[in-house]
Design a protein around this ligand. Structure first.
Ligand code: P6P
Length: 333
């Protein structure tokens, strides 16, 4: 049996390490966790609640919204709007930012999230997740604008994800390493099960949507081709491939057993610099991966150094085991 340290207890113990911590951040994290527990419950019900399928609307990306995209976005808003820790929120599912509405007080943090990442998998019962990132609102700003969210990933105070898989798990970092928690549904608490997670620096497992091969840039084509050549090729090793089409599931596998995940820039839609969104997918996942000893790059620059140009900016993503990401960066030079 594990030590039984709950996420709440762990966060409070973490808070004690931060000089001058007011408990504001701890309380904010707990509100995010409450939303995740509600989302876990709804997702776990599958078709029993009649909430699968399309909402008949499109999000700002022009992607068809699933009913659960809308429902989970509302859960995140309702759970986090009232406590006074946030000045505003932003989400994949909302074109503009969500200012904390009057009667509620406003706080010093900004919350950004993808409420249900990989939602195209939800109708076929494949793992999906929630990704979140916490920034500080600029000093003295109580009426933030979208501009105030456009901070590089290095300014994140915390980041985490929930993975709604065979078990519901969370991985969380506040800049002092990465820790994992498993939801005990009987108790309704996340229990510490993965302390100080570290990504193995080497791997023989890559994750990429190979159907886009003809659209990739040469460095990525070269890397994947060498992996596919296996023992007889320049790598002298056989490789394995995975593609769940759910970033949270891919990143979680990499944290637990290593690997490299690529959603590279491709020429399929030249207007897009990549598929994944910087603020609520790439940055939080990059924070987690780096804190676990991995790397996260566009191939040409560290993702967390990018100064965002817009709330829904897309970037190429290459992240995971340090030595493989370094190889890919070298191929891009
Ligand atoms: P594709 C899910 O829609 C997502 O944003 C990521 O979670 C996932 O890695 C990727 O897109 C899947 O993309 O092109 O394989 O459907």
């Amino acid at each position: 049996m594990h030590s039984g340290t709950t996420l709440t207890q762990f966060i409070i113990e973490e808070q004690r390490r931060v000089v001058g911590a007011t408990g504001d951040f701890t309380s904010l994290l707990n509100d995010v966790v409450t939303a995740i527990k509600v989302i876990a419950h709804v997702v776990n019900k599958g078709d029993l609640l009649g909430v699968l399928g399309s909402a008949g609307s499109e999000n700002v990306q022009g992607e068809t919204q699933k009913k659960l995209d809308v429902i989970t976005n509302d859960v995140m808003l309702r759970s986090n709007e009232w406590a006074g820790h946030l000045a505003a929120m932003a989400s994949e599912e909302m074109e503009d930012i969500f200012l904390i509405p009057k009667p509620y007080p406003r706080g010093k943090y900004l919350l950004i999230f993808d409420p249900l990442d990989g939602s195209s998998n939800i109708d076929v019962n494949i793992s999906v997740g929630t990704i979140f990132s916490i920034l500080r609102a600029p000093e003295g700003v109580t009426d933030p604008t979208a501009q105030d969210f456009l901070q590089p990933g290095t300014r994140q105070v915390a980041a985490g994800y929930a993975l709604y898989g065979p078990s519901t798990m969370m991985m969380l970092t506040a800049g002092h390493g990465v820790n994992g928690f498993t939801l005990d549904r009987d108790v309704g608490e996340f229990i510490l099960t993965h302390r100080n997670v570290q990504i193995t620096p080497d791997t023989r497992e890559f994750a990429i949507n190979t159907s886009n091969e003809r659209f990739w840039e040469p460095p990525v084509q070269r890397y994947v081709e060498e992996c596919l050549q296996g023992k007889d090729g320049p790598r002298g090793e056989n490789f394995n491939m995975r593609w769940v089409a759910s970033m949270v599931a891919e990143v979680h596998r990499i944290l637990v057993r290593g690997g490299v995940f690529l959603y590279p820039k491709d020429t399929k839609d030249p207007s897009k610099a990549g598929k994944l969104r910087l603020l609520y997918e790439a940055n939080p996942m990059s924070f987690i991966v780096e804190q676990a000893g991995g790397l996260s790059s566009t191939g040409r620059e560290r993702i967390m150094d990018i100064k965002p140009g817009g709330l829904h900016q897309r970037v190429p993503v290459i992240l995971g085991s340090r030595n493989e990401v370094e190889r890919l960066i070298a191929y891009h030079r």
